[in-house]
Structure formats: C-alpha cells, structure tokens
Design a protein around this ligand. Structure first.
Ligand code: ZN
Ligand code: ZN
Length: 329
C-alpha cells in the first residue's frame, strides 16, 4: 500500500565535478501512457488522476467538493520520507552521499483530463497557488526540509509521464544545484552593488522584457541557457510564494498564463518545464519562476561541458514574443 517504501534513494555528489545526482533505483517502472496517448486512443478510464479513480492513488488533500484540485503522493518519488536523512563522506573524502529523504507530491490541477493548464481561468489558478502554499507550509515545517520545489513537466520530452494536467512538489533536505548557485550569486551581487540583483534586472533589462503587469514582469534573461527561456519575477522583493498578497497572486497567475499561451502561439503545443525558485528561510532571495520550452535536445556540448547552446538570442525571442502578444488573432 505504501509505494514509497519500495525503495530508498540517495543523493550522491560526483567527485569529478561536485555536481549532485539522485540515484532512484526502481523508477524505471513509471507509466508510459503519454508516449502512446493520442486523442483517438486515449483511455481516460485508466487515468489515475480521474475523479472516479481516486482509489488508484494516495490522497493528501483536496480542494472543493467534488474536488477541483487534489494533492496525492507521487507513486514514483525521487525522495521519500521513510529514507533516513544523513550526510556521509567516506574516509578518502571521495564518496559523499546524502540519504534521499524528502517528499514528492503531485497536484492534480484539474479534474478534466484534457484541460490545458495555461488556458484555465485565472481564478482557478489562484486556487492552485493557494493549494501550493498550503502544501509548502506543511512541508517546510517538516524536519530537515530546507527547500520546497514546485515544478511542472509538460509533454513527453518535458519528462511528464501522464497527460492529465498536474504539477509536482518536491521537498528537499538540502539546497543544492541551480537554486544554490542562484542564492550565492545574488548574495554576492548584493554585497558588491548594495542592491538586489532581480530588482536591478528589471531596471536594466528593458530590451528583453516580454510583458509586465502591476506586480510582476516576465523577461528573457540576457544569458539564458535554454532557447526561448523566460523568467517571471515579482517587482516587490518577495522570497516565498506564500508571502504574495491576493492581488499579487492574481498578477502572478495572469502573467504565467500570458507567457505560456504566447509561447504556445509562437511554437505550438511544445513540451516545456517550469520551476519556481523560492527559499522560504532566506529573506535575501528574490523568488521567480523559470520557464524552459523544450525546443531542442541536449547534446554533447550541454552534457559534456554543461554549456548550453541557445538557438535564439533572448532579445530576438523577446521581440517575437511582444509581436505575437500584440497581434489581434
Ligand atoms: Zn485523466
Ligand atoms: Zn529583490
């Protein structure tokens, strides 16, 4: 019954680079529904995220009656609450590893299998934000949890294994990887320039602004790794989604809708990922949401050197974005 108990995972540091990887033996059994899913042969009755199929998953919470949004345990978690947490380095200092302790939850964004996340009304997406905050509050309150990551994988190349609209929440026992890097870089920027990096970006990066509203702006960052990458940033200094006001939440989901729908207009029904970078316990951090359209695949330059090849200048993408946004169709 407790799928999470089937295996433990381990966060290992690669001694060659210092980069971390999560070892998740057992995840190869994930469903492959999406790869085969087409409009004609989609068998919704087998989808574990359908309202009638609640018995197929382990519920954590629901919103609405009948539910409009539901949070369940991830059947194929990268981190599990039952794995002992602990950091260890062997005597040669080579094999550094951390127990894969943490939590993976899935937010079913809508009861409707064919709903498109970004086309859902803003009011529904505000409910979605409130559900996220509800879960984040709980997860941040658990022992050893340092970072709660909210992300979406959309489309087969985006890494999604089910077509039904869903978001994921992952609670980490360590702050590693890109968010760690961003936290360090913005701290250093603040020390050297006496101002918040993300607020400076808004002032300086005018050519690459995609769109903005009262409390948020969207931008194609100057040195983006990913083709047509963008970032959504609150104008006010906020480090945690839970600190957004009601009107800021509306601005947040509205601009998210605008960016995703405009990307869809330009590139069609492309796979994408997005992730929210926020650190509840680091007031200096400026939260933002990063969107990665999956227009190209990773090759030897990306994998071998960790240097990404971006096929469109961010300013060109920004220009195309604004043109498309302003077109009346
Ligand atoms: Zn479904
Ligand atoms: Zn700031």
């Amino acid at each position: 019954m407790e799928n999470q108990n089937l295996f433990g995972s381990e966060i290992r540091q690669d001694y060659r680079t210092g980069i971390y990887a999560i070892m998740t033996p057992g995840r190869s059994n994930r469903p492959k529904e999406l790869e085969e899913e087409t409009i004609e042969k989609m068998d919704v009755s087998k989808c574990p995220f359908e309202r009638g199929n609640d018995y197929m998953t382990t519920e954590i919470m629901r919103y609405g009656d009948p539910w409009q949004i539901k949070v369940i345990e991830n059947k194929y978690p990268e981190l599990t609450g039952t794995t002992p947490f602990g950091e260890a380095i062997d005597k040669d200092g080579l094999l550094k590893h951390i127990g894969g302790y943490g939590y993976n939850e899935v937010v079913i964004d809508s009861p409707v299998h064919t709903d498109i996340f970004e086309a859902m009304p803003a009011e529904k997406l505000i409910d979605w934000v409130n559900v996220l905050v509800d879960r984040e509050e709980t997860l941040y309150g658990r022992r050893y949890i340092r970072y709660v990551q909210v992300f979406r994988n959309y489309g087969v190349i985006g890494g999604a294994s089910l077509g039904h609209p869903h978001t994921q929440i992952m609670a980490w026992p360590v702050i590693i990887g890109l968010i760690k890097k961003e936290s360090e870089v913005s701290k250093r920027y603040n020390e050297n320039h006496g101002t918040c990096l993300y607020e400076k970006i808004y002032e300086t990066e005018r050519a690459r602004i995609l769109t903005e509203n009262n409390s948020f702006f969207a931008i194609a960052p100057f040195g983006s790794r990913i083709t047509a990458e963008s970032m959504i940033v609150p104008k006010r200094h906020v480090n945690y989604v839970g600190d957004l006001s009601d009107s800021e939440k509306l601005d947040f989901v509205s601009i998210l809708k605008t960016v995703l729908l405009t990307n869809r207009k330009i590139y069609g029904n492309q796979a994408y990922n997005f992730t929210i970078h926020e650190l509840k316990d680091e007031p200096d951090f400026h939260m933002h949401l990063e969107i990665y359209p999956r227009l190209s695949t990773l090759g030897a330059i990306e994998l071998g050197e960790s240097v990404f090849v971006n096929m469109i200048l961010p300013e060109t993408y920004a220009e195309e974005f604004r043109t498309s946004l302003n077109a009346s169709d």
